[in-house]
Design a binder for this molecule. Structure first.
Ligand code: ZN
Length: 235
């Protein structure tokens, strides 16, 4: 079983009618719904308003892969909770950061760069798979057309990824490294750009398949998760 926690700040969906209509139960519920259909996944959700944002030590201990979506409340997110999540990633917990979660405290802490990019509302996107041999690309066609998506463009100030699996192309001419993997400590990470809150992106089967593949890729190897420490060798 892979234990998954889907975390969402869950603000826009409650406050803006048009977004509520797209995700009446919140982005986290939409993602949890399609993940729950997998036999080997055990899914829980957590949101910003819960005590400690729902990401307590107990929850993270019991999480193999954490999925995060955030946007408007990144500054308000607790430093202590961000630090706790980072510690679990370094110990081996998988992390999938979706869309504007690139700029979350958690991601900026783990990546160490500014994580800035270009953006523009109201575009379309061709999501090109440029690494079809990667496990996250399994079953994904070479191009997925997204009829509505926010443009994210280069330069995207990330550290050099382990792999770039997807590149987004936008009609305005911008391109973007839309699907990238990283390793931090013992943890495997995947950043995935599609998922602006105004558009029904997480209902698209190929997008769901990419997230399911990413969960299996980012899940830790079997065995106890342990925060790395210096070790003296005595022989
Ligand atoms: Zn957005």
């Amino acid at each position: 079983m892979i234990k998954i926690t889907v975390w969402n700040e869950f603000k826009h969906e409650k406050e803006i009618d048009a977004i509520h209509r797209v995700y009446p139960e919140g982005i986290h519920s939409c993602i949890a719904d399609f993940l729950e259909k997998e036999q080997d996944f055990e899914v829980r959700t957590a949101t910003f308003d819960m005590p400690e944002h729902g990401l307590t030590e107990e929850v993270l201990q019991d999480t193999d892969v954490l999925i995060i979506w955030s946007h408007a409340l990144q500054k308000e997110f607790s430093d202590a909770v961000a630090e706790r999540v980072k510690r679990h990633v370094l110990s081996g917990m998988g992390l999938i950061a979706l869309h504007s979660a690139h700029y979350s405290k958690i991601m900026r802490e783990l990546m160490g760069t500014t994580m800035t990019l270009k953006w523009k509302h109201g575009e379309q996107e061709n999501l090109w798979c440029i690494m079809p041999t990667h496990p996250i690309a399994a079953g994904i066609p070479e191009k997925v057309f997204l009829p509505q998506e926010e443009m994210y463009g280069e330069y995207f100030d990330i550290p050099r990824p382990d792999d770039v699996i997807f590149v987004g192309w936008f009609p305005g001419g911008q391109v973007f490294r839309s699907g990238c993997t990283f390793t931090r400590g013992r943890g495997k990470l995947f950043y995935f750009q599609p998922g602006h809150e105004e558009y029904p992106i997480y209902y698209i089967p190929e997008i769901q398949q990419i997230i399911k593949n990413a969960v299996r890729f980012c899940a830790p190897m079997t065995g106890e998760r342990k925060y790395p420490e210096n070790q003296e060798v005595r022989e």
